[in-house]
Write a protein of this length. Structure first.
Lengths: 501, 159
């Protein structure tokens, strides 16, 4: 194993020495920061647009760009959260609660420094933790067989359905529908047409990029078009770089809080289904409870800015490790990133910690490098200028982004029918949002449905009908049942307590 | 008993799933139908339970201006007419692309949308030219993507 690790690190250093790597890292950082600053569009809009381009790139270059982009959007979003009172990303909502009041009190520069410092601290600490965990995780991953992977996927889907926002039942319905849609197409294993209705278009199944664009990218644009105006309406000027630096120093003044929140965010990121929403609120609540002046939270406390930003960025390193090692994305963003892996023919799973260990290590360090270059380097000097992007009117942004989304849907396979598919799934996405269904569960089910069937067939072929009679599989089945049973049992116990009271 | 919008959605899903179950039964290979039947069956049961809950629920949904947190961002429910207008724009763009291709349709869409929403001509032209340049330069030349020219132009002999 030591030899494997050494080879992995050697490969990583080789990757870091290529010019292409640094070019795509910088491109991802810049695009990620810009997307993060603009409320309403983020990684989930842009990454599916980028996927058709990924086909023409080396896997390392494409994945470096995608990971750098996704890991810097939260920092970009913190800029508008603090300066304009509008969170650029949902991960910045908690940051805004104390960040914007600080700006109103004339401490905007310091709040900005604290937010960006928290982001970079969380990213660096969690990135190092993830890289250090790989030797510990490797033996566990190696013990997992194809038969066990069936239940890894099933439990992962259960976690995502149960732990994400909204009701568990709706989450399970979304996941089930996503898996079913994955079965459309010609099944080469059994030479059977499934749900094709005689259409050649559906021969290879429903294409992934139009689904991703329709479900994730178009609904925010529709909502933006309905809302109109600019998202950010109040301008606050920030010019004091010295105060920005003071904010960075605040992260180290409160180093114990920063470390705790980064680790909380990292652990939450590892568990599939728990998104950034949970990470930021858990750490915000923790910062408030552990403060000597909790009553002042919400009025402009720097700890209220540091804690959620540390967690929001630390979560990325944890989510990336789970996505790469198990092929199990923890959130909608990572479901899209998982698509990127498949597009460049890199299949996440146990092989990422064996044959492709160099790539895994490289991508974890991309998070660290993106943080140093983007959050410390670029944002420190250009944050006030970047904040102006939040004032781009919707009437300019909407038609441009929608045009690019339509183009992106066509570009994946050069088929005009894909544009129609994208629009249909946009309608589904909009309905799911309005009615409280989990789009992340749907898209994860859609991506993993094919893998689930593949592992099931392998498991049955190697282990027979009782392929699941393995300790790991039984443990996973028990875990899945426990997760599903938790809420109903909690409800029954609460009713009993209420009756007794 | 008032049927909510969400219940209509569930009924539609249930119909689709029952169709999926019937089609799965018709598949000759057991291996091919196993997972589709399993997931369609289980999901149908879940939908039926959710539908039952919604139809027997006592409280109504929140009002038209409710904020819901869904997926990755907060959504303020706008009016139905606003939604229909935006949907009309999208459907119009889709039909236009099918008939006239990407270049003409996207240019017309950007110009029409921006002007009708109060943009000045200069910023509209800059935005349109920028997107066209991106389309031609990146998608057309760099990626070598054969840009769809539209049914009308195909019929006129342009490919």
């Amino acid at each position: 194993m030591l030899e494997q690790l050494a080879q992995g690190y050697l490969g990583m250093f080789h990757n870091l020495s290529t010019l292409g790597f640094w070019w795509w890292l910088l491109a991802g950082i810049v695009v990620g920061l810009i997307l993060g600053v603009i409320p309403g569009i983020g990684g989930m809009t842009f990454i599916p647009l980028f996927l058709p381009f990924a086909l023409y790139l080396e896997p390392l270059d494409a994945l470096t760009f995608i990971i750098a982009l996704s890991s810097t959007t939260s920092a970009g979003g913190a800029i508008t959260a603090v300066l304009a009172g509008v969170p650029g990303e949902s991960a910045n909502i908690a940051t805004m609660i104390d960040g914007y009041p600080m700006t109103k009190k004339g401490q905007g520069s310091r709040a900005l420094g604290a937010a960006l410092g928290g982001s970079s601290f969380g990213s660096i600490l969690a990135g190092l933790a993830a890289a250090a965990m790989i030797p510990l995780v490797l033996p566990m991953i190696m013990a997992v067989r194809s038969a066990d992977m069936v239940f890894v996927v099933m439990v992962g889907l259960t976690f995502i359905a149960a732990l994400s926002s909204g009701s568990t039942l709706k989450g399970l319905i979304s996941a089930g529908m996503g898996v079913l849609v994955a079965f459309v197409g010609y099944d080469f294993g059994t030479l059977t047409e499934r749900f094709m209705f005689g259409s050649n278009y559906l021969y290879d199944g429903i294409p992934t990029i139009p689904v991703a664009l329709g479900l994730m990218a178009l609904p925010p644009m529709i909502d933006l078009a309905m809302g109109g105006g600019t998202i950010a309406r109040v301008r606050e000027e920030v010019t004091e770089l010295r105060q920005v630096w003071e904010g960075y120093k605040d992260v180290f003044r409160h180093w114990k809080l920063s470390v705790r929140c980064s680790l909380i965010g990292y652990i939450i990121g590892i568990i599939p289904g728990i998104g950034s929403g949970t990470a930021i609120w858990v750490t915000y609540a923790h910062a408030k409870q552990s403060s000597k002046t909790p009553e002042k939270f919400g009025t402009g406390m720097v700890e209220g800015v540091i804690a959620p930003q540390c967690a929001a960025d630390a979560k990325e390193a944890g989510s990336l490790l789970t996505t790469m090692a198990l092929g199990l994305p923890g959130s909608a963003m990572y479901a899209i990133i998982l698509m990127g892996f498949y597009m460049v023919n890199v299949v996440p799973g146990p092989s990422m910690l064996t044959e492709h260990l160099d790539l895994t290590l490289t991508l974890e360090y991309v998070i660290i490098l993106a943080s140093i270059i983007g959050e410390i380097g670029i944002c420190f000097t250009l944050a006030p200028q970047m904040a102006k992007l939040a004032y781009v009117p919707a009437r300019i942004m909407v038609p441009i982004v929608i045009s690019l989304v339509f183009l992106g849907a066509y570009a994946s396979n050069s088929r005009i029918e894909d544009v129609l598919t994208m629009v249909i799934f946009a309608g589904l996405g909009l309905a799911m949002i309005r009615l409280g269904y989990n789009r992340a569960a749907f898209i994860i089910g859609f991506i993993l449905g094919g893998e689930l069937e593949h592992y099931l067939r392998l498991g049955i072929a190697t282990g027979g009908a009782f392929f699941f009679m393995r300790p790991i599989s039984i443990g996973l089945i028990a875990l899945g049942i426990a997760v599903l049973a938790y809420e109903p049992i909690k409800g029954i116990l609460a009713k009993r307590r209420a009756k007794l009271a | 008993m008032k049927i909510k919008r969400s219940s209509y959605f569930l009924i539609l899903l249930l119909v689709l799933l029952l169709l999926a179950i019937v089609l799965s039964f018709r598949m000759k290979s057991f291996e091919a139908k196993l997972l589709p039947l399993a997931f369609a069956g289980v999901t149908s049961v879940l939908i039926a339970i959710q539908l039952g809950r919604e139809l027997t629920a006592k409280t109504e949904d929140a009002g038209k201006t409710a904020i819901t947190t869904a997926g990755s961002y907060e959504v303020e429910r706008g009016s139905i007419s606003q939604l229909l207008i935006v949907v009309a724009w999208l459907v119009g763009l889709l039909v236009s692309i099918w008939l006239f291709g990407f270049y003409l349709s996207i240019s017309a869409f950007i110009i029409a949308y921006m002007i009708l929403h109060g943009s000045r001509w200069l910023e509209t032209i800059i935005a349109t030219i920028s997107v066209l340049a991106l389309m031609y330069g990146v998608f057309g030349r760099l990626l070598g993507l054969p840009m769809y020219l539209g049914l009308i132009f195909n019929m006129l002999g342009y490919y």
